[in-house]
Write a protein that binds this ligand. Sequence first.
Ligand SMILES: [Zn+2]
Ligand SMILES: [Zn+2]
Length: 242
Amino acid sequence: MRFLFFLRLLDFFFPLLCGICGREDFFSLKIGLCKRCAYAARTSKPLYRCNLCSSPLSDAEKVCEFCDSRNVFFTKVLSLRDRNDLLGELLNKLKSNKEYPVSIFLSLGIRRALRELKTLDLDACILLPSYSKNRIFNSDLRPFSPSSRLYEETRRILRIPLVDPLMKTSPERQAGKSFSERFFHAYSAWEIKPDWKDRCPSHVLLLDDVFTTGASVNEASRILKKNGTKSVYVLTYLRVSD
Ligand SMILES: [Zn+2]
Ligand SMILES: [Zn+2]
């Protein structure tokens, strides 16, 4: 977290170059990508979205087929953007190089999303742990996890603590798995930490990089609810919508 603050300080002294092409213009200074790249990364806004997972819908049904056909444990998913190839590339960049301009661009719109969530009086937020070692607190390994900027803004606007009640029991990652594999894998991916058994906060915000099938957040939500949580809101940078 201190690292992020340090990077923000750097902003004042060094111009920000575009996180994709490296050019500098008015846009790159403000949002981390130049005008051309920001334009290329834009996604269209669908008219209707699923009430639960917010995936785009072609007409005004309330819930998508997917949410309608399974047990949904999360309350609502909000994503800052629908994923496209360029945005997916940006997220990978953020994961591998910790590129600061990219994190600015991917977080655009987060304040508005958080202000909407503010009315809900959430108790705590959780970064969905991606593997067993607690990577965001291990500053030697990784100065910031891709979602840490989501957390920084969440802390600033919602003023809720970060809690860490889940532990990952499977070292495998969801990426690279097929749709059905993800569900089977997610089912055994986490456990509740002994300290949090039956005493998870009532209303939580789960933060993650990307909402793909929802298998991970749904399973995490299931475990939290089994242990005292009443509602689980989810916020991610991106959602896969096709
Ligand atoms: Zn550019
Ligand atoms: Zn849905």
